[in-house]
Design a protein around this ligand. Sequence first.
Ligand SMILES: *Cc1c(COP(=O)(O)O)cnc(C)c1O
Length: 487
Amino acid sequence: MINVAAASVGRQVTVREALQRIDAAAAGILLLVRPDGTFERTVTDGDLRRLLLAGATLDESLEKLAQIESLVLREGYTRQSALELMTTHGIDHLPVMDARGFAVRVIERRELDEQILLSTPHIGTAEREFVEEAFRTNWIAPLGPNVDAFEREMADWVGVPHAAALSSGTAAIHLALVMLDVGPGDIVLCSSLTFAASANPILYLSAVPVFVDSEPESWNMSPRALERALESLIAQGKRPKAIVIVNLYGQSADMDPLLELCRRYDVPVVEDAAESLGARYRDRSSGTFGLIGVFSFNGNKIITTSGGGMLVSADESLVKRARFLATQAREAELHYEHKVVGYNYRMSNILAGVGRGQVRVLADRIAARRRNFERYRQGLSDRTMLEWMPEPQWSFSNRWLSVATLARGYGMDVRTLIRRLAAEGIEARPVWKPMHLQPVFAGTAYFAHDGSVSQDFFDRGICLPSGTNMTESQQDRVIETLQQLLQ
Ligand SMILES: *Cc1c(COP(=O)(O)O)cnc(C)c1O
């Protein structure tokens, strides 16, 4: 950052001094100020060179420097407007003036270029070794020792007996539903407030999704809405074949009452823990509550293999079946024998190497995500229009994303806020658009809590930059920008 005091000179200084100051400020520009300290114009080394070429000597003052009006920014400028001005005029610095005409800072193009993204991959130090080992031993093909080890290490980490490494979380959900024998016309219940990947596999199987609302305490599936859905469907003689319960933004759903309902009505549970790896419900890891649990290692998740997923279960036969179906359902014969439809869904040995490195930093990543959330909450504690996603007493969230809603009746729409953050180079996103509102699922049945909670979260929710490689100063920039925008 350019020091304004060090870069400011009056017209009485000599050209020589000005050149020395420009050198020392290492900024390429000086701020010419009037005797009263107000800003007059910027001076570049090109301006000084032209002065010399026009016949001035090094010992002359800057009196002959033309009086021009320099480009400046006024306080309250947006990053976007500053970048546009710099791009249009081909300049790299702009002074910012306050209402009294004093230069308060100089912004540089490179600080404007810095984008703070929602959630980016964060690679540790061990990943490369596992990947290099795969190269060294020529285990480039799918499967191999890294895959076996990654499955073991992940299963141990979350405390589940069996795990199958797959090409994506979506593939894991798809296989889970295949193994639960979901087929054309079958009903599958699913959380409405989620990413489309939770529900798309229902359509892959030509089954019929029925969406269930969230409850305000955890933002996840409402037991009350689920009870209504089950009662209504069973009264119509339509027992659901399966249910996909999603753990949103790193937080488990309220499993006890949900599982109790699923037991009562005999509906097997697929637990979509794609976002909640490392989180806990009471004393158990998220992802271990369903008959089948699903994790994702997509690039934006808490740990990543660049792309990948895992299917876990206490039932070994299910996990073995998943591995079989994921390798084209090839029978154990000398020739290629297939009795059922298979898929190409296994993880490659190279990506599993990345995963093995990532498991080793998972605890750090959870701590860092939780720290991000706490810094937001504390740094913005006086902005009461921000209502943070709660963490019920039974929950230990991994705080994958730091999420809040804007208070009802607050004067700014959440989409306006997101656009203003974008203009400052900060990527924020709305909360997931509920599946029952998505055109691809138009006409699907939906069971609300008391009033549509998921729609309300969608209307008012915002996900803030939450990556674990976001620096504290970057996060401070997000906090300061929010303080400016939320008055
Ligand atoms: C990311 C995600 C998935 C899908 O995982 P992929 O590995 O990207 O296929 C499924 N469900 C939820 C809730 C997710 O956030």
